[in-house]
Design a protein around this ligand. Structure first.
Ligand code: KG4
Ligand code: ZN
Length: 337
């Protein structure tokens, strides 16, 4: 089974060809980072326009790098949710047009499930497991029963983890994407120079939820209140202390979810899964078997879309031409009053 995958949910324009849901024949990722860098964030209008300019060439490159022609593709998989609506629409419309013209099946793929599928492209992983999805738009702890079925246990009640990295980096002019810049700068900083607050654990059903707006405010507006009184107030120390707190919040909830469910296997995904402190912190959790995708498969890419698309296609979960882009998926973000 040979699937062409298309990903355009945010600022990476990507296409890939994957065989049998596991063999990556090509994975072309064209990043728009240079176009958004001056704004320290993704500008939706620029993102969709770049996708329109690039998508055809990216798909052609993915096919030629894989050494296949369109006639040899069995189905076309595309990210249809969640993400920036204008960006998603480019991929969805392109995939629909291609599927229609070629008379090939179309498979709509959820971006969150695709991130969780990414490490399955690199090794055999048995279900069920705890999924940890940390990206620029989402922070989710979920019970993953199958490739197409997750039960959200915890999510953010305000900002996503990656979003907090991006906003702190933007405020201090540390770089873009913020997570990458903070991760790098933190290596030369003291993670205990500032003791930022870790939101207290909620009770009941919300006990695996995370919150980042308080931490963000503390780091941006209340630095002095959390200073240890002796360390240098350097950017590296701010970055390292913020990173430690942001990741510890996540690890707290994840460890609690693992203990409560008795699930030891954890599969991580999303851009923040590239974070070196998160990787080190989870490697130290000896009771857990934590599986990370390689760095290239953490951030947005179409191989994960083609891979999951193949599994969905095998299960008969194809889409018809009414497939539409959806910016949000309510269960992935708790709607707090
Ligand atoms: O999964 P992704 O590429 O796009 C979304 O689906 O959002 O994730 C992008 C996010 C950004 O917020 C970026 O700052 C963050 O992942 N990120 C990181 C690192 N690399 C990327 N955050 C922390 N540490 C990193 N090394
Ligand atoms: Zn993503």
């Amino acid at each position: 089974m040979r699937i062409l995958g298309i990903e355009s949910s945010c600022d990476e324009c990507s296409a890939a060809v994957v065989d049998d849901g596991e063999r990556i024949l090509s994975n072309v990722i064209l990043s728009q980072v240079d176009f958004h860098k001056p704004y320290y964030g993704v500008v939706p209008e620029i993102a969709s326009r770049k996708h329109i300019e690039w998508i055809r060439g990216v798909v052609e490159d993915a096919l030629s790098q894989a050494g296949v022609v369109l006639a040899e593709i069995d189905a076309i998989a595309v990210t249809f949710r969640p993400g920036l609506i204008g960006s998603l629409l480019v991929g969805v419309s392109f995939a629909k047009g291609l599927a229609w013209a070629l008379g090939k099946p179309l498979v709509g793929v959820d971006h969150i499930l695709a991130h969780l599928y990414a490490p399955h492209l690199e090794r055999r992983i048995d279900y069920p497991y705890l999924g940890l999805l940390v990206s620029g738009g989402h922070t989710i702890i979920a019970r993953v029963a199958r490739c197409d079925a997750i039960e959200v246990m915890g999510t953010t009640i305000d900002d996503a983890c990656g979003e907090a990295f991006d906003k702190v980096a933007k405020h201090y002019g540390i770089g873009f994407p913020g997570g990458v810049a903070i991760d790098r700068l933190s290596k030369s900083g003291d993670p205990r120079a500032f003791r930022f607050p870790n939101p207290s654990l909620h009770k009941g059903n919300a006990r695996y939820d995370v919150s980042y707006s308080g931490l963000k405010t503390a780091v941006i507006h209340q630095l002095d209140q959390f200073w240890d009184g002796t360390s240098e107030k350097s950017l590296a120390n701010i970055a390292a202390s913020f990173q430690r707190t942001a990741i510890d919040i996540l690890v707290d909830r994840l460890v609690a979810a693992a203990a409560d469910t008795g699930m030891r296997r954890v599969v991580a995904g999303g851009g923040v899964a590239a974070n070196s402190y998160l990787r080190a912190r989870l490697a130290a959790e000896k009771d857990l078997e934590v599986i990370f995708p390689s760095l290239a498969l953490c951030t947005d890419n179409a191989a994960m879309v083609a891979g999951l698309g193949c599994r969905l296609f095998s299960l008969g979960l194809t889409s018809d031409f009414r497939l539409n882009a959806e910016a949000r998926v309510p269960m992935f973000k708790r709607a707090y009053p």
